[in-house]
Design a protein around this ligand. Structure first.
Ligand SMILES: Cc1cc2nc3c(=O)[nH]c(=O)nc-3n(C[C@H](O)[C@H](O)[C@H](O)COP(=O)(O)OP(=O)(O)OC[C@H]3O[C@@H](n4cnc5c(N)ncnc54)[C@H](O)[C@@H]3O)c2cc1C
Length: 475
């Protein structure tokens, strides 16, 4: 018997229906279309993966499913590697096309994509990939990139007719036989400490940002507590493609003319550029994931210190702003830019550890985007050889950006009774003050695990020595 001819839309980090080129292509191709997502155990077992990421993905898929319910259609979720899933589907159907977005991921997901490419070639399936946002595959000249960004962001969005398309329903027995194990509850149940995934939520965040929160954007962006509201908080939605960059850009432009906060909007839009610009760097140079761009940098000896790493990861370094940043990140998946840069600086310069040991951070960031993560780590670690080396002074940042200690007290209850003017350097409290403010240093809260000044000076000298012209700056 002849197999039914079908197309597949393979969703990856593009979990939305709006402005979605692969869906448009499938709708136009006029064959029954299978909507497919795979939770791949091998990807989920990688060092950079965390349950928080997969929960966000699951919520995004639930949001998509709620839109399909009206038309009695389904997005099929497999908890399996992609190749066995494609194998099973190909045994049942004649797969004509697979449509998906290009993914700039890690080396691991790139290898996975290569094996999908091989599978498609061997099975005469046409796999058509569409560009993601403004990232250009096989870009020849970086100087052309700005123009391409502009063109892509101003082009009309790729919209599907909601009632259009011919969505395929799988036989339930076939699906149950092949869908893999049930996802664990820590993925399928929402955790209220984290932003909720889904296209609906992406638009809610964008709307509330442009309508009111944007007014504090520039003022609050560096403040660890106030940035939680003052920034857009769109990053996980962009990472998992709950909204396209083009929709964010065009919707923002619509608000621009009538907005009283033009300077804030300009600052926001320049960061939208950065998003794609950073990912473009990884797209052009996959080695950024593993090796410092400045070759000499990797040869510097940095003995791994498990005790330091553990103290840093558990928010117990004895430096309040560093500890509060890590504890809040672990608990909520979010940290603003400046504090991200500062915790990396502390790890790399003060603790003298290797930036390549920072998979822990990838796991904590709800918005973990390999194309931003790795270039940013290298930049903050002074490993690019071109950017200014910035060694953040945690005390100065604490005094400036959390002057009243609100953020510190929220995340380090041990320090709750210490007055604001003393909270930034609690190790300086006298014995009497420690008793008075219910915090014995070394018992209730640690003394700093390293000497901040000595370690900063040493790191500055070493990294300065690797360069000839670049300045080391305090951040
Ligand atoms: C070490 C380190 C690692 C980082 N890892 C990530 C990551 O994995 N994923 C991620 O999205 N951002 C990352 N960033 C960038 C930045 O911290 C976050 O994008 C931002 O804090 C997210 O909050 P928001 O959405 O409210 O940003 P907003 O300030 O509202 O900015 C809007 C959007 O612009 C983009 N953006 C903002 N700042 C930057 C930046 N410096 N570089 C590139 N794009 C930017 C993001 O997509 C963000 O959602 C990292 C920064 C550092 C220092």
């Amino acid at each position: 018997m002849e197999k039914q001819r079908i197309n597949i839309v393979w969703f990856k980090r593009d979990l939305r229906f709006t402005d979605h080129a692969p869906l448009c292509a499938a709708w136009e191709a006029n064959l029954p279309t299978l909507l497919l997502y795979c939770f791949e155990p091998s990807v989920m077992a990688c060092e950079d993966s965390d349950v928080r990421h997969w929960r966000f993905v699951y919520e995004s898929l639930q949001d998509m499913q709620s839109k399909l319910d009206e038309r009695n259609a389904k997005i099929y979720i497999f908890h399996q590697e992609i190749i066995p899933v494609l194998n099973a589907i190909s045994a049942q159907f004649e797969v004509v096309n697979i449509f998906s977005h290009e993914e700039t991921g890690t080396n691991f997901t790139f290898d996975r994509d290569k094996s999908v490419g091989r599978f498609c070639r061997e099975n005469a399936i046409n796999w058509q990939e569409f560009p993601t946002n403004a990232v250009v595959r096989r870009l020849k000249y970086l100087r052309d990139w700005g123009k391409i960004w502009e063109e892509r962001m101003t082009a009309p969005p790729q919209m599907i007719a909601e009632s259009g398309g011919n969505i395929l329903s799988l036989d339930e027995t076939f699906y149950q036989t092949n869908c893999g194990e049930k996802l664990p509850e820590n993925i399928t149940q929402h955790d209220p400490n984290f932003q909720q995934g889904g296209e609906t939520w992406a638009w809610k965040y964008l709307n509330s940002f442009l309508k009111s929160r944007v007014q504090n954007y520039s003022q609050h962006i560096s403040k660890p507590e106030l940035s939680r509201k003052g920034c857009s908080r769109l990053s996980p939605y962009l990472t998992y493609g709950n909204i396209s960059m083009r929709m964010v850009y065009q919707y923002t432009q619509q608000h621009y003319k009538s907005s009283k906060n033009k300077r804030d909007i300009d600052n926001f839009v320049s960061r939208l550029h950065w998003h794609c610009h950073f990912i473009q760097k990884l797209e052009l140079n996959v080695h950024i994931e593993f090796h410092s761009i400045l070759k000499k940098y990797d040869a510097v000896e940095r003995p791994r210190n498990e005790a330091y790493i553990l103290a840093w990861q558990s928010g117990k370094t004895g430096v309040p702003i560093v500890d509060a940043s890590i504890r809040s990140l672990v608990a909520t998946g979010f940290l603003n830019f400046r504090m991200r840069a500062m915790v990396v600086s502390f790890f790399v310069f003060n603790l003298w550890q290797d930036w390549r040991d920072l998979h822990f951070l990838a796991r904590q960031f709800l918005d973990y985007e390999p194309g931003i993560h790795y270039p940013q780590l290298q930049m903050q670690a002074g490993a690019t050889g071109t950017n200014i080396i910035r060694i953040y002074n945690p005390i100065r940042n604490s005094e400036k950006h959390d002057a009243e200690g609100v953020f510190i007290k929220k995340w380090i209850p041990e320090l709750a009774d210490i007055p604001a003017n003393l909270i930034h350097e609690p190790w300086k409290l006298s014995a009497m003050e420690q008793e008075l403010f219910n915090c014995e240093i070394g018992k209730d809260y640690p003394a700093p695990i390293v000497d901040l000044e000595k370690t900063r000076k040493y790191a500055g000298e070493v990294v300065w020595g690797l360069r000839t012209k670049t300045k080391v700056k305090e951040g």
